[in-house]
Design a binder for this molecule. Structure first.
Ligand code: HEM
Ligand SMILES: *[C@@H]1O[C@H](CO)[C@@H](O)[C@H](O)[C@H]1NC(C)=O
Ligand SMILES: *[C@@H]1O[C@H](CO)[C@@H](O)[C@H](O)[C@H]1NC(C)=O
Length: 315
């Protein structure tokens, strides 16, 4: 009997990892969310690129080894961390997580994981940009491994629909989640390198991706010439880059999205239908986004609560 119970227990641990709950810190750190929100607000007041950075950082964290704060670790010795991997071009504002962690450590030392702080900060980034808010399940643990080489597991902006579908399903996420979470591209900025495949030498017969709106493509080519030498050249993700709204979907339907991976949502009947729904209704987008964010942020994976989000705990 004991053996049955313990093997059931092991099975459940394997399948769901550590269980998260919205009141995980109710007794041990009741004001954690107030402290994180304050740190995000303070940073946003000085730098309007912060919300996009925090949202992308959380996505990047969850897609590699689960949401375990692996994206926050610094390289150490000969180990190059995720933040040194090639898709790191958009990663910044790590100091916001450091500031939040410092405030939280003063209130309740050694209790709140960096992975939870990042999940909360991403929620705050969306809410404080005019998007929806939601209760974040908490109780994630921080991981001890971060490898630059593993960033190749992130979906690339050149991915087609089947590649995106596979990347999401490997993490238990559906094509509905793909359609809703791609709406994160309502915030922020992209460098030329991420969409140059669509505006120069697209294929043997087209210089420009024919699914792209021609005048939009021309304006991108102007900022991003074939041999672009301007380091930070690029484009905002949508026309309202600091506002969390459904403009991304409206533009997508007009052929004004940046990435092959954005455009790919229109190549499948199900995701195309969702794009139309979200373009018509901010409410529908908000609801779907919240549902999928909670799902994505429940992919867990860590073992400990770090004291400094950039370094593993010494054992
Ligand atoms: C579906 C697969 C996805 C791909 C292929 C993808 C790819 C990219 C790329 C290439 C960039 C621009 C990097 C640069 O050149 O600076 C970017 C930016 C961004 N992505 Fe995604 N992404 C995906 C999904 C997501 C998800 C799920 C979220 C969050 C829910 C997200 C949020 C963001 C944000 C906010 C930015 C702007 C970052 C900034 O301005 O700092 N992305 N993404
Ligand atoms: C991105 O990676 C490069 C190359 O390893 C590194 O020089 C740079 O500091 C990294 N950027 C961030 C934000 O860590
Ligand atoms: C998507 O890309 C993969 C890898 O390049 C390729 O094998 C596949 O045929 C493509 N799928 C479609 C539908 O174009």
């Amino acid at each position: 009997m004991d053996a049955v119970i313990s093997s059931l227990l092991i099975l459940s641990l394997v399948h769901v990892g550590n269980a998260l709950s919205v009141d995980y810190y109710a007794d041990t750190c009741p004001d954690v969310e107030i402290a994180v929100t304050a740190a995000v607000k303070e940073a946003m007041a000085n730098d309007q690129t912060v919300p996009a950075a925090l949202l992308r950082m959380h996505f990047h964290d969850c897609f590699i080894r689960g949401c375990d704060g692996s994206v926050l670790l610094n390289s150490k010795g000969s180990n190059k961390a995720e933040k040194e991997g090639p898709p790191n071009i958009s990663l910044h504002a790590f100091y916001v997580i450091d500031n939040a962690k410092k405030a939280v450590e003063e209130m309740c030392p050694g209790v709140v994981s960096c992975a939870d702080i990042l999940a909360l900060a991403a929620r705050d980034a969306v809410a404080l940009s005019g998007g929806p808010t939601w209760e974040v399940p908490k109780g994630r643990l921080d991981g001890r491994v971060s490898k630059a080489s593993e960033t190749s597991q992130l979906p690339a902006p050149t991915f087609n629909f089947s590649q995106l579908k596979q990347s999401f399903s490997q993490r238990g996420l559906s094509t509905q989640d793909l359609a809703a979470l791609s709406g994160g591209h309502t915030l922020g900025f992209s460098h030329c390198s991420s969409f140059q495949n669509r505006i120069h030498k697209f294929d043997a017969s087209h210089d420009v991706d024919p699914s792209m709106n021609p005048s939009f493509a021309a304006s991108l080519q102007k900022v991003c010439p074939a041999h672009n030498k301007v380091k930070n050249a690029g484009s905002t993700m949508d026309t309202t880059t600091t506002i969390f709204d459904n403009a991304y979907y409206k533009l997508l339907l007009q052929g004004k999205s940046l990435f092959t991976s954005d455009q790919a949502l229109l190549t499948n009947a199900k995701t195309k239908g969702l794009v139309s729904d979200f373009a018509c209704s901010q409410e529908a987008f908000n609801k779907a986004f919240v549902k999928s964010m909670i799902k994505m942020s429940e992919i867990t994976g860590g073992q400990e609560v770090r004291l400094d989000c950039r370094v593993v705990r010494s054992s």
